[in-house]
Design a protein around this ligand. Structure first.
Ligand SMILES: [Zn+2]
Length: 260
C-alpha cells in the first residue's frame, strides 16, 4: 500500500508539493473540485517520508481507538438527538428498524446519497427510471410499488388509496379498519409490504434480479402470515381465511391479548 509521502513529492526549488496520485479511476463530478481544494491545503505541507503513515483516533488523547470513547461520543451526540424508535409487536424488529429509517429519511436511496455528497452516475429510480429515487418515490409512487399496493388493498378488500407520504405510510392506519386487532394487523401488512418493496429494490440494484409483482405479493402474504401468526397469542390464523378474507378480525374481534 502506498504511503501519503509516496504521492506527495516536495519540489525544493519551488518550495511546494507536486502530487502524483496514480489513479486507477479518474476523479469526476464533485470529487474533482474537492481534490483541488485538498491539494491547495496541502500544497505547502512538507512531508518527510521518513516516518510511517498511521491512523490517529482524535477522541482519545493517546490517539489510540477505544470502544469506550466511541460509545461516550455517540451517547453525547447522536443518541440524545435520535427520534424514538417504532415497532409493531407482530413483526420482527428488523422490519420496525427499516420503517424507522425510512420515516427518518435514513435509507440510502439515490437522492439521499446525492444530498450527502456521494457521486452517482444517476439519481433516477433504479427500478422504473421514471423519476428521482427518493424515499417517497420508492415506497409509494414508483410504478412497481404502486401496483403492489393496489394488489394488497384488493386482497384486503379495501378502497385503493395512495399514501400522502412516508409518515402516513409508517402510521399504516386505514379508516375502514377500526378494531384494535385489525389496526395492528393492517399496520403489520403495510410494513411487511414496504419491507418487500425495499427488498425488491435492493435485489434489483445489487443482484440484478427481481420478481414479478404477483410473486412479490404472494411472498408478502406468506411471510406476513408466518410472522403474525407466530406472535398472536389467542390462536393461529387460518391460512385459507388469511388469503380469502384477511379482515375476518373486523367482524369478530378477539381480545386485545397479544397486541401491543
Ligand atoms: Zn421507480
Amino acid at each position: 500500500m502506498a504511503k501519503v509521502s509516496d504521492r506527495m513529492l516536495w519540489i525544493e526549488s519551488e518550495g511546494r508539493v507536486q502530487f502524483s496520485w496514480q489513479w486507477t479511476a479518474l476523479p469526476k463530478w464533485r470529487t474533482s473540485p474537492e481534490l483541488l481544494r485538498l491539494e491547495n491545503q496541502l500544497s505547502l505541507f512538507k512531508c518527510s517520508g521518513k516516518s510511517v503513515d498511521e491512523w490517529v483516533w482524535k477522541l482519545c488523547g493517546s490517539g489510540i481507538y477505544s470502544t469506550k470513547s466511541l460509545i461516550e461520543f455517540l451517547n453525547s451526540t447522536v443518541v440524545t438527538h435520535a427520534e424514538p424508535t417504532i415497532r409493531n409487536n407482530l413483526l420482527p424488529q428488523k422490519v420496525g428498524i427499516l420503517m424507522w429509517r425510512a420515516s427518518q429519511n435514513k435509507l440510502p436511496v439515490r437522492s439521499e446519497l446525492d444530498r450527502r455528497g456521494i457521486d452517482l452516475d444517476s439519481v433516477r429510480c433504479p427500478v422504473c427510471n421514471d423519476d428521482i429515487e427518493s424515499t417517497n418515490h420508492t415506497f409509494i409512487h414508483c410504478k412497481t410499488a404502486s401496483d403492489i399496493w393496489d394488489r394488497i388493498f384488493k386482497w384486503w378488500n379495501l378502497n385503493s388509496t395512495v399514501f400522502a407520504d412516508i409518515t402516513e405510510l409508517t402510521k399504516g392506519s386505514n379508516s375502514q379498519i377500526n378494531t384494535t386487532t385489525g389496526i395492528s394487523i393492517w399496520q403489520a401488512i403495510v410494513w411487511v409490504t414496504s419491507y418487500y418493496i425495499w427488498k425488491n429494490r435492493n435485489d434489483h440494484v445489487f443482484n440484478k434480479s427481481r420478481l414479478c409483482n404477483a410473486k412479490i405479493v404472494s411472498e408478502i402474504q406468506i411471510k406476513s402470515f408466518e410472522w403474525i401468526s407466530s406472535k398472536l397469542k389467542y390462536g393461529c390464523l387460518d391460512w385459507h381465511n388469511w388469503l380469502a378474507n384477511p379482515r375476518k378480525f373486523d367482524a369478530n374481534p378477539p381480545s386485545k391479548e397479544g397486541i401491543g
